[in-house]
Design a binder for this molecule. Structure first.
Ligand code: FES
Length: 164
């Protein structure tokens, strides 16, 4: 499917790696697969495994390890709050709980308007600036540091206006 749909792009990606190291192309191929629907579906994972001569489990483990890849349909935006220990010590968990209350969803869920999926993730390398999160959406990946719930709800309103 991926190869059929994007033959040029797939060949372009593969040409950057020596044949014996083609498994290294897994990341850009996943990025290509995710481009259309915002997540990598099972068929695409099977496709990538076939193209690279690796197992589907190898591909799935990469998707699940990196916060930039998603294996489920989600909202237009992913809001990924770091709750690792340094951030937790600066109130990240309370912040996330309060966000859940304000949005009316639990961690891992998507708002009913399918605008936002809220996730808890591990270190995003801004440990002294918690509460912090990254957004992934049509405008790319953005960091938001030293946040509070009011600022975050304001940001969500601005994002909604900018994409509707
Ligand atoms: S622990 Fe949260 S950004 Fe590092």
């Amino acid at each position: 499917m991926l190869l059929k749909k994007y033959p040029k792009e797939v060949q372009q990606i593969l040409s950057k790696y020596p044949p014996e190291g083609k498994r290294s192309a897994v990341m850009p191929l996943l990025f290509l697969a995710q481009r259309e629907e915002g997540y990598v579906n099972k068929a695409a994972m099977q496709d990538i495994a076939k193209i690279l001569d690796i197992t589907e489990t190898d591909v799935a483990s990469i998707v699940r390890f990196y916060t930039l890849y998603h294996d489920k349909k989600a909202g237009k935006y992913h809001m990924q709050v770091c709750t690792d220990l340094p951030c937790a010590l600066r109130g990240a968990e309370e912040f996330l709980d309060a966000l859940c209350d304000n949005l009316g969803i639990e961690v891992g869920e998507t708002t009913s308007d399918r605008f936002l999926t809220l996730e808890a993730v591990t270190c995003l390398a801004a440990c002294d600036k918690a509460p912090m999160f990254q957004t992934q959406g049509p405008d790319g990946i953005k960091y938001h540091e030293n946040m509070n719930v009011d600022k975050t709800m304001g940001l969500i309103s601005v994002l909604k206006k900018s994409v509707t």
